[in-house]
Design a binder for this molecule. Structure first.
Ligand SMILES: Nc1ncnc2c1ncn2[C@@H]1O[C@H](COP(=O)(O)OP(=O)(O)OP(=O)(O)O)[C@@H](O)[C@H]1O
Ligand SMILES: [Mg+2]
Length: 355
């Protein structure tokens, strides 16, 4: 299970506007990769291109020895069944309740009986902590619940490839940690190839096997987590440490004056590399590598204090549950069934919000 995606020389323009040029990378089968990049650098466009919704201007996307870019509509339809996609806005049908939204791909792409559809939908709703919310309309639930309903829908066809656009936008840090744990556990369970777009540095530093960074119309770097977290490359270093010193400015690139004013300013040392988040039950994932392996095999000395804790070097530390069923906790937190906790108090407007 889990399919490799090989992207070669991919270029995308809208009219005369170049979005990114010559992107080459391999998403290894069954591994979790994260794509980072300043807002507007084309991360969502990249996901939509991978799934064949947008046509690139040049390059190839190889999946199971087929180049998705040159496929005809029928073959493209077939290969799309390998994908589960969570779009940035959730993309739920507003007039359908959550059950029907999640059931949609099953009814559209399979000939399963309604009893079978119900079984699968309820299983995925449970997985993302939405049991009991099946009859709600997307407009009646919180942003975080909509994200998770979108995720349940992305999972119903047992995808080989899961593309997830900003699962954590609009989520508080605690639920972001739960979602991250869910991804790690899901990856171990379904063994699909994951690509997650996120702006959350905590997620980027602790969840993936690989990290990529889109910047200034190209792929600045893509590779194993430890490679990017130990990198001194200015853009990578600036982004992964959420710093203002570096080439990235408020409007994407700094001008010469801004850069000149930074000359002589000393950068803080690279923070330690945290241990990668493990599965809740300690079971191994296929893509998981021993801590420090990449650094050792490449003769790179990791920053002092690396690989000693789950939260080392992570700005705005959040606690990750070591074990226990996250789904039940997520569900009760969102529906307000449990007595409110201090975490819920900070979530007031999102939890159970109706509109
Ligand atoms: N269908 C489209 N037609 C024309 N331009 C588009 C289209 N979709 C996206 N763009 C442009 O492509 C660029 C990249 O957009 P995209 O949504 O991929 O950015 P992003 O990296 O996902 O940003 P964010 O982090 O804010 O979500 C933007 O300038 C956007 O206006
Ligand atoms: Mg986007």
């Amino acid at each position: 299970m889990g399919t490799e995606i090989r992207v070669e020389g991919l270029t995308k323009k809208f009219g005369s506007q170049l979005i990114w040029n010559d992107v080459t990378l391999t998403l290894p089968a069954g591994e979790i990769s994260v794509m980072l990049g300043p807002s507007g650098t084309g991360k969502s466009v990249f996901l939509k291109t991978l799934v064949g919704l947008l046509k690139p201007d040049a390059g190839a996307i190889w999946i199971n020895d087929k180049n998705l870019v040159t496929l005809r509509e029928n073959d493209l339809y077939e290969i799309r069944k390998l994908f589960g996609v969570l779009f940035q806005d959730g993309a739920l049908f507003g007039s359908m309740n959550l059950f029907d939204n999640v059931a949609f791909p099953l009814r559209e792409h399979t000939k399963k009986s309604e009893a079978e559809v119900r079984r699968i939908v309820m299983e995925k709703m449970d997985l993302v902590g939405l049991t009991g919310a099946e009859s709600k309309l997307p407009g009646e639930i919180s942003g975080g619940m909509r994200k998770r309903a979108g995720l349940a829908r992305a999972l119903v066809l047992d995808p080989e490839i899961l593309l997830i656009d900003e699962p954590d936008s609009g989520l508080d840090p605690v639920r972001t940690s739960y979602i991250n744990q869910l991804f790690i556990d899901l990856n171990a369970q379904i063994d699909a190839t994951f690509l997650i777009v996120t702006h959350d540095i905590n997620t980027a530093r602790t969840v993936p096997d690989n990290i990529g960074l889109l910047y200034h119309k190209h792929l600045a770097m893509f590779g194993p987590r430890e490679m990017l977290l130990s990198s001194e490359e200015p853009v990578v270093r600036q982004f992964l440490n959420a710093q203002t010193i570096g080439p990235i400015g408020m409007s994407e690139e700094k001008d010469a004056d801004e850069l000149a004013s930074e000359i002589g300013q000393e950068l803080p040392p690279l923070p330690p590399i945290a241990l990668q988040l493990g599965t809740s039950d300690g079971s191994p994932r296929r893509g998981q590598k021993p801590a420090g392996e990449w650094c050792r095999t490449h003769g790179v000395t990791p920053p002092p204090g690396s690989f000693q804790s789950k939260n080392a070097g992570v700005p705005g530390v959040s606690q990750v549950p070591a074990e226990g069923p996250y789904a039940a906790t997520l569900a009760s937190a969102d529906s307000g069934v449990q007595a409110p906790t201090s975490a819920d108090a900070t979530q007031g407007t999102t939890a159970g919000a109706t509109s």
